[in-house]
Design a protein. Structure first.
Length: 372
């Protein structure tokens, strides 16, 4: 497939980084390089993004702006409202550690109809990596924010990082989120990327057993949407219906998934690359919205972004060698870069083995056992 056809000319969503600062958390697995610095996005950056996004949203009523990384609520209500104001006719989502959530924030979220995602890793003993800047456990401050969301009737999803995918903990892990009443749960096995260079290497066999046990727990109490299980089910449905490929996030054409850094720099495909620099590729940005329209940057992304062509080489190598490529679609750029010594054209990563291959094998194992 010619590289010019690989990226869609319109994204389905845009990620906005209103601040680099993450208050009051300092999670040990965090990949963000500037999370202790309060760099705020100027309003003119949001206005420049909205100039391209609003026409897209007019044609796509599901279009979403995701406010994410560091802690969006550290931006402050007044400034975050000013950043949201230029956008029209779309959905706003915020991914938060919930520690700053109080009644005033709940009123803000309701007033602006913001969809909320909370980062929490399960029961208290599974949150040891989520600590505050002062070095204290962060579980209780996050739970305090969750209780306020619940008291105000604000639905929320959750994203959990699993540093140790122990199948013995899978049922208790799932039951925790089921009791919290989250709408959707996303599960990320800890990855080595960004400034997190000490991630524990998970055993792929054990990881597959974890995913199987998690699917078992979900089958018993299917009260929430489990993102990873749904991806496997979508893939199986596509295969059984005779579609040539599964509707994965990496199906061609790829969603460019532009991330707008606080200063207006635009990183395509991989939010985790924002804020980093490389001797060969510079700062990984395609351009800056204060100088070039986001619509132009997206349409010309492959011509303007040298590292993307090297990434396609790696994707093609995966397609030629990996038996589960139809499900995975190729490793994410940041995982390739940080695990392959600054190269995008490597193939297998630990993310592949624990969060793609092991996931598919684990859910398949669950289905096999359940059918018997």
């Amino acid at each position: 497939m010619p590289s010019a056809l690989r990226l869609a000319t319109r994204p389905r969503s845009v990620i906005m980084q209103p601040t680099t600062q993450c208050l009051p958390m300092d999670c040990t697995y965090c990949y963000l390089p500037f999370r202790k610095m309060k760099n705020l996005m100027p309003v003119n950056v949001a206005e420049a993004v909205a100039a391209a996004v609003n026409p897209w949203a007019a044609d796509d009523h599901g279009f979403e702006i995701v406010w994410h990384g560091g802690e969006p609520l550290a931006t402050g209500r007044e400034h975050l409202a000013a950043l949201m104001a230029p956008f029209k006719g779309l959905r706003h989502s915020v991914q938060t550690n919930a520690a700053l959530v109080d009644d005033a924030w709940c009123e803000f979220l309701l007033e602006h109809e913001v969809h909320v995602g909370v980062s929490i890793d399960g029961p208290e003993d599974m949150n040891t990596h989520r600590v505050t800047l002062a070095g204290h456990p962060g579980f209780r401050v996050t739970m305090r924010g969750i209780e306020r969301l619940r008291r105000h009737g604000i639905p929320y999803s959750a994203i959990a990082v699993v540093s140790d995918p122990d199948p013995a903990n899978a049922a208790r892990f799932y039951e925790f989120f089921a009791e919290l009443g989250v709408t959707t749960l996303g599960v990320n096995v800890e990855e080595e990327e960004g400034v997190n260079l000490g991630a524990k290497v998970a055993d792929p066999v054990r990881a597959a057993e974890f995913w199987a046990a998690l699917a078992d727990a979900w089958r018993v109490t299917p009260v929430i949407r489990l993102r990873e299980i749904q991806r496997v089910l979508n893939f199986a449905s596509a295969v059984l219906s005779g579609q040539p490929s599964a509707p994965t996030p990496t199906s061609a054409p790829w969603d460019p998934l532009p991330t707008i850094a606080y200063d207006g720099g635009v990183v395509m495909l991989s939010p985790e690359l924002a804020g980093f620099t490389d001797d060969r590729f510079g700062d990984f940005t395609t351009g800056n919205v204060l100088r070039t329209g986001l619509d132009v940057l997206v349409a010309e992304a492959e011509q303007r972004t040298p590292w993307i062509s090297e990434f396609w080489t790696g994707v093609d190598a995966c397609r030629a060698t990996c038996p589960v490529f139809a499900f995975c679609g190729g490793a994410h750029p940041a995982n390739r870069y940080f695990e392959h010594d600054g190269r995008f054209d490597g193939t297998s990563t630990r993310y592949c083995t624990t969060s793609k291959i092991a996931l598919l094998e684990g859910v398949t194992q669950h289905v096999r056992e359940y059918s018997h």
